[in-house]
Design a protein around this ligand. Structure first.
Ligand code: PLP
Length: 377
C-alpha cells in the first residue's frame, strides 16, 4: 500500500482509508458510524445503517413480514405504534398487559387526546364489547401476566366488522416469531421487545415492528426517523448475532418448560399453574415462562422461596440463557397503583419463573429444595 506524501502528514493521516472493496468478512462488521457519503443508500444512521438493515432483513424472514422497523427497545416500538393515532381516535387495549405498556397507554393517551378503553379480550364478551368507533386494538398473546391466549383472527374479524380501518396490533414478545406469526393471523402490526428471547443473553436492548402494508411501514419509518428511535449499530449487530442461535435456544426453552411444568403441577404449594394453549393455527409451540399462584397457606412465602433458590436470579429481566424468578406485584407491574394491580388479578402470591438453558433436572432439584423450606400458615 503506497501513500503519496503530497499534503501535510496530519491531513494525509486524517483521510487515509483501507479499500473497503478488498475486505471480504464472513460476518458483517459493526458499522459504528453516524454518517455515510452522499452516494450511499444509508444516508445517516438515524435513518438506517447496514447493521440495522441486516437485523431487519433477518427478522423479516422470521416474522414473515414485508417490512421490519427496528427500534431502541420494546417500549419505543410500542410508542412508535401509539404515535400513528391522532387526537380523537379510540384505542382499545387488553386488560392483561405488561405493566409499563399499561402505564404508557394510560399516561400518553391522555396527553395525545386519544380515548382509551380497557377490555378483557380473553373472554368472548370482552371481544364483543370492542366499540364501533375503535381505531386500534392492541394486545399481547400470550399475556403478561397469566399467559392468556387472545385469538388474533377472531379479534381482527370482530374489529374490522365494527371499523374497517382499525389497526390490529399484537405484542409478540412472549410467543416469538418462531412460534407465532400475528400478521398471518390477521394482525396489521406485530411488535416485540428484542431485549428478551431474540437477544437471549440479557446484554442488549432492542425492539422491532413488523408490518406488511407499505404505507403503514412508511409512516412508521418516518416516525422513527423524526423521533430518533432507531436501534444503534452495536445493538443491531449483537441481536443479529443472537439470531443465529435463536431457534436452538427456543427449542431448548420449550423442552425445559415442559419438564418443569410436569414437576410444578404436582406441587401442593401451588394453587394454579398458568400455561398457554398451543394450536397449529396460532401459537404453534411455547416455552420459557410460567406463572404460578401460591396456595392460600403459602401466599406470604415469596421471600422465603427466593432466598432458597440458587439457580434463579431475581429481577425483572427474563427470557435469557439463565433462569430468573420474579413477583409481578413488585416487579413487572410495580409501576401500577394497587387498585390497577388488583383489577388485573395480581397479588403477592403470583410468581413468574423464566427457565434458562440449565439442565432441567438441576432446576427441578433447586425448586424442590426451595418448596421444602417454605413455612405455610
Ligand atoms: N412487551 C412485553 C410483553 C414485555 O414483557 C416488555 C418488557 O418486559 C416490553 C414489551 C418492553 O420491552 P423493553 O424492555 O425492551 O422496552
Amino acid at each position: 500500500m503506497s501513500i503519496k506524501k503530497q499534503k501535510h502528514p496530519e491531513t494525509e493521516a486524517l483521510h487515509f482509508r483501507i479499500n473497503n472493496a478488498d475486505t471480504h468478512p464472513v460476518a458483517t462488521p459493526i458499522y459504528q458510524n453516524s454518517a455515510f457519503t452522499a452516494d450511499s443508500p444509508y444516508f445517516y444512521t438515524r435513518k438506517s445503517n447496514p447493521n440495522s438493515v441486516e437485523f431487519e432483513g433477518a427478522m423479516a424472514l422470521l416474522e414473515q413480514a414485508n417490512h421490519i422497523i427496528s427500534t431502541t427497545t420494546g417500549m419505543s416500538a410500542i410508542m412508535l405504534v401509539l404515535q400513528q393515532l391522532h387526537p380523537g381516535d379510540h384505542l382499545v387495549i387488553n386488560q392483561y398487559i405488561y405493566g409499563c405498556s399499561y402505564k404508557l397507554f394510560k399516561r400518553y393517551t391522555k396527553h395525545m387526546g386519544i380515548r382509551l378503553s380497557i377490555v378483557d379480550l380473553s373472554e368472548p364478551s370482552g371481544r364483543e364489547s370492542i366499540p364501533n368507533d375503535v381505531s386500534m386494538v392492541l394486545f399481547e398473546t400470550p399475556t403478561n401476566p397469566f399467559l392468556k391466549n387472545i385469538p388474533i383472527k377472531e379479534v381482527s374479524e370482530i374489529t374490522r366488522k365494527k371499523s374497517v380501518d382499525a389497526l390490529i396490533v399484537v405484542d409478540n414478545t412472549w410467543a416469538t416469531p418462531l412460534f407465532q406469526n400475528p400478521l398471518d393471523c390477521g394482525a396489521d402490526i406485530s411488535l416485540a421487545s428484542a431485549t428478551k428471547y431474540i437477544s437471549g443473553h440479557s446484554d442488549v436492548m432492542g425492539g422491532f415492528i413488523a408490518v406488511n402494508n407499505d404505507k403503514l411501514a412508511e409512516a412508521l419509518f418516518e416516525s422513527r426517523f423524526y423521533s430518533g428511535a432507531i436501534i444503534d449499530p452495536n445493538s443491531a449487530w449483537l441481536l443479529r448475532r443472537s439470531l443465529h442461535t435463536f431457534p436452538i435456544r427456543m427449542r431448548e426453552h420449550v423442552r425445559t418448560t415442559q419438564s418443569l411444568y410436569e414437576f410444578l403441577i404436582t406441587r401442593n404449594e401451588i394453587e394454579t399453574l398458568y400455561y398457554p394453549t398451543t394450536s397449529p393455527e396460532q401459537l404453534r409451540d411455547y416455552g420459557g415462562i410460567l406463572f404460578f399462584q401460591f396456595s392460600k397457606e403459602h401466599q406470604h412465602c415469596y421471600s422465603q422461596f427466593i432466598e432458597s433458590l440458587t439457580l434463579f436470579d431475581t429481577g425483572t429481566g427474563m427470557a435469557c440463557v439463565s433462569s430468573m424468578v420474579a413477583q409481578p406485584w413488585s416487579g413487572s407491574h410495580a409501576s401500577l397503583c394497587d387498585s390497577d394491580k388488583n383489577a388485573m388479578g395480581l397479588d403477592t402470591g403470583l410468581v413468574r419463573l423464566c427457565f434458562g438453558l440449565e439442565n432441567s433436572q438441576d432446576l427441578i432439584s433447586d425448586l424442590e429444595t426451595a418448596f421444602m423450606t417454605l413455612k405455610p400458615l
